[in-house]
Design a binder for this molecule. Structure first.
Ligand code: HEC
Ligand code: HEC
Length: 377
């Protein structure tokens, strides 16, 4: 559950990153960066309005209702991020790394944000801090009898399974270059972070030479293994949730209350740093005009194309015949327009039926095919 939330976050990060890289001076969503390089995977470029990069410019390419900025992640992008490592070891790859190797990597790639020995810095979270392991000094206890010396919520005091650590580092860290670490790097960093959290593996303390690998990974027992409740998995899931919420000690300060519930309790830390570094600076206005259509009346086919089909047909990344590519389309048309309509309606190979938008009528899909065919004449 926690994992999938992070996942959604991560995939939206990819999209935002792609779109903010692409600064364009013109007002149209185009398939090339302003430097002339081709945008892969249908990325859109955004206009600069009044000297500001506009994140809120309406993007007609969006398939999702509501926000209308950035664009949906493409299947390729989603595949690249679709990495799961489960508590039972599913998805954990071969690999190995020692605490010492992790220490070196940590100093090179993580200290700048997470501080020495995981102590945290500014608004970046600590990865190890406070004493979690002296019997009653648990996070649950912290809510009812707060102790300013900790423990605080860090990796070692909070998460029930080390698989979360592996997965989180692999897909999310370093924050500025996610997916850049090898599997061995991730084993080494996990070993290091477990060691500074004083977690043991099979009763063994993690000294510098300790090597973490696929085999001994499953023997890690996180201190808060039984404190991370309710356990929503399995046939007892619903009962566990009911029992959890029936016990007021499990939330707030232990009594039902409607106001000042956290008086005198430790402050909740929130991450305050926003993504910055836009050049020109990011506009905060949300009233930018809707994107102008290109001159002249726009056909329904073109509108549907831009909304539903451009994400794949705007470039070669998906292997779809690209809009305006005469050679590709004349090859497609050899089988006759009726067969082509049929493929657009029913799908063929990686081409989903109706381009994946089943709310389109057959006539609308055909009109869109006509638009695409005409563009290649
Ligand atoms: C540019 C800053 C930055 C760098 C560099 C960075 N991190 Fe992070 N890290 C963050 C932020 C911000 C969060 C919190 C993200 C969130 O909660 O959404 C985080 C969260 C984490 C967490 C989860 C903590 C928890 O208790 O939930 C782990 C583990 C972690 N980072 C490990 C690493 C490792 C290992 C590296 C080096 C390979 C690294 N980070 C490099 C900024 C950074
Ligand atoms: C998820 C990506 C994707 C989307 C979205 C998509 N297409 Fe495709 N399309 C493809 C791929 C890939 C092919 C090539 C299939 C092949 O020949 O193997 C293709 C092929 C086609 C063809 C040629 C079929 C033939 O007979 O060879 C037509 C026509 C077509 N698409 C129309 C559309 C229309 C219209 C839309 C929007 C309503 C659309 N596509 C949306 C991926 C997509």
């Amino acid at each position: 559950m926690f994992k999938s939330c992070h996942k959604i976050l991560l995939s939206s990060v990819v999209v935002a990153a792609t779109s903010t890289v692409a600064f364009a001076a013109d007002k149209t969503v185009s398939n090339t960066y302003s430097n002339g390089k081709k945008v892969i995977d249908g990325g859109a470029t955004y206009p600069i309005v009044n000297g500001k990069t506009s994140a809120y410019h309406i993007n007609e390419n969006t398939l999702q209702g509501g926000y209308s900025y950035a664009r949906p992640a493409t299947p390729n992008e989603m595949k690249a991020w679709d990495i799961d490592v489960m508590p039972d070891g599913t998805g954990l790859p071969e690999g190995k790394g020692t605490v010492e190797e992790g220490d070196e990597l940590y100093e090179a790639k993580c200290t700048s944000c997470h501080g020495d020995f995981g102590s945290g810095s500014g608004s970046f979270p600590a990865l190890a801090k406070g004493n979690a392991y002296e019997g009653v000094k648990t996070l649950t206890n912290q809510r009812t009898n707060p102790d300013k010396d900790g423990p605080i919520r860090v990796f070692g005091t909070y998460w029930p399974y080390a698989s979360t650590l592996w997965w989180y580092i692999k897909t999310g860290m370093p924050h500025n270059a996610p997916l850049s670490l090898s599997n061995d790097d991730v084993y080494a960093l996990s070993a290091y972070i477990l060691s500074i959290n004083e977690v043991t593996v099979d009763g063994e303390e993690l000294d510098d030479e300790f090597e973490l690998n696929k085999e001994n990974f499953m023997k890690i027992e996180m201190p808060n293994k039984d404190g991370f409740v309710p356990n929503i998995d399995g046939p007892k899931g619903t009962d566990n949730v009911r029992a959890y919420f029936a016990d007021t000690k499990n939330y707030g300060n232990g009594t039902r209350c409607m106001k000042n519930c956290f008086d005198g309790k430790p402050e909740i830390q929130r991450i305050q740093t926003e993504i910055g570094g836009f050049n020109p600076p990011l506009s905060t206005a949300r009233d930018l005009p809707k994107q102008e259509e290109s001159a002249g009346a726009v056909s329904e086919g073109q509108k549907i194309y831009e909304k539903t089909c451009a994400v794949c047909h705007g470039n070669e990344a998906m292997g779809a015949p690209v809009l305006g590519d005469k050679q590709a389309w004349s090859a497609v048309l050899k089988k006759g327009i009726d067969a082509v309509y049929k493929n657009a309606l029913n799908g063929v190979n990686a081409m989903p039926p109706k381009g994946g938008n089943m709310s389109l009528s057959d006539e609308q899909v055909k009109a869109t095919v006509d638009y695409m065919v005409n563009k290649a004449k």
